[in-house]
Design a protein around this ligand. Sequence first.
Ligand code: XLS
Ligand code: NI
Ligand code: NI
Length: 441
Amino acid sequence: MALIGNREYYKGIGEIRYEGKESDNPLAFKYYNPDQLVAGKTMREHLKFAVAYWHTFCGVGADPFGPGTQDFPWDRHSDPIDAAKAKADAAFEFITKMGFDYYCFHDYDLVREAESFSESESRLHTIVDYLKDKMKASKVKLLWGTANCFSNARYMNGAATNPDFNVLARAGGQVKLALDATIALNGENYVFWGGREGYMSLLNTNIKRELDHMGRFLATARDYARKKGFKGTFFIEPKPMEPMKHQYDFDAATVVGFLNQYGLQDDFKLNLEVNHATLANHTMQHEMEVAAANGMLGSIDANRGDYQNGWDTDQFPNNITEVTEAMITFLQAGGLQGGGINFDAKIRRNSTDLADVFYAHIGGADTFARGLLIADKILTSSPYTSLREKRYASFDTGKGLEFEEGKLDLNDLYDIAKINGEIPLQSGKQELFENIINQYI
Ligand code: XLS
Ligand code: NI
Ligand code: NI
């Protein structure tokens, strides 16, 4: 294959192709067949896979007990621009070899943040120009950009919810630059993950003021981007905790309420992440159902947690049942509104072979492709949909329909209750529903 840069980073690994489920080639897709039609669209169009810059090209595997285990050649450059360009070369080589169409970034994943704000700004300009050329040459697109307003010490008490106005203003400056970069690179969406928007202790926190500040901050960012011609969608990414004890964007339902309260509902939708759902004691399907019910199913950060512990382990997706259930909701909602499936996931600290990051993305893509195929079969050829609809049939005609249309008052319900007397039980048939999912897997 033609290389975009002049150095090959992932040596000995070529383009990953679809070979079907009988293939025993570990470096091939078994289910993800980009051009295969499912429910009227190609898999490529449905799934819009993206590589997360921060995990795949920045994450060296450090944990609270020790430093990283990966030694990325691009990090060895002492000059920050050289390092950023080498990283971009590696990134585009990887994304192209995977055959994916998209990537996602935080501002300072692209280039190291400088000592001064203005030097950071000029570094961002330089790397954005470089990325423009890489994108043109490769046809890889930007699914979304975002600003890292949580790593730097200045954000230890939050960014938009910081009690110090000057920190909020600094975050505003940073978000402006990240929006500029996203717009310059034709980003299709822009994400806000409230990394430290929350509290460690209520004793020193004024929730009402902090939420008002966050609402105002997001409206300010939206207005700026719209004025600059940004047509894409803004996403809020819910997460209940970590790094803070409590984060305001707790889960889908909380964020929907927040967006409606602050008048942001027409411009913002949700970017839902599997491991964030489970941290909030929900399933991913629950989060997607809540978002879809409100017309806000925007994008997905694909990963998975660990059933035996309670933090954001960001493992690559491999749970077929979990993903199949999510894809049922995905198809019923008519797909994602503007977003795609971003692998916000990292290989384990002891996965140190060059090929490991390929296996990881192949497994993740195959899990989603397989979930999509199964969900489509369940919806088109199993009794699943009719069984579910049947449960609500009493609202389709007669008094039930009149109730839905707002034509009955409480006295009407009283009259019906009196005439009906005791009502026969209607089974929820949960085990039957579960069996259908398993049968189609
Ligand atoms: C962290 C978040 C983060 C966002 C982007 O838990 O998932 O990676 O996706 O800031
Ligand atoms: Ni995420
Ligand atoms: Ni996360």
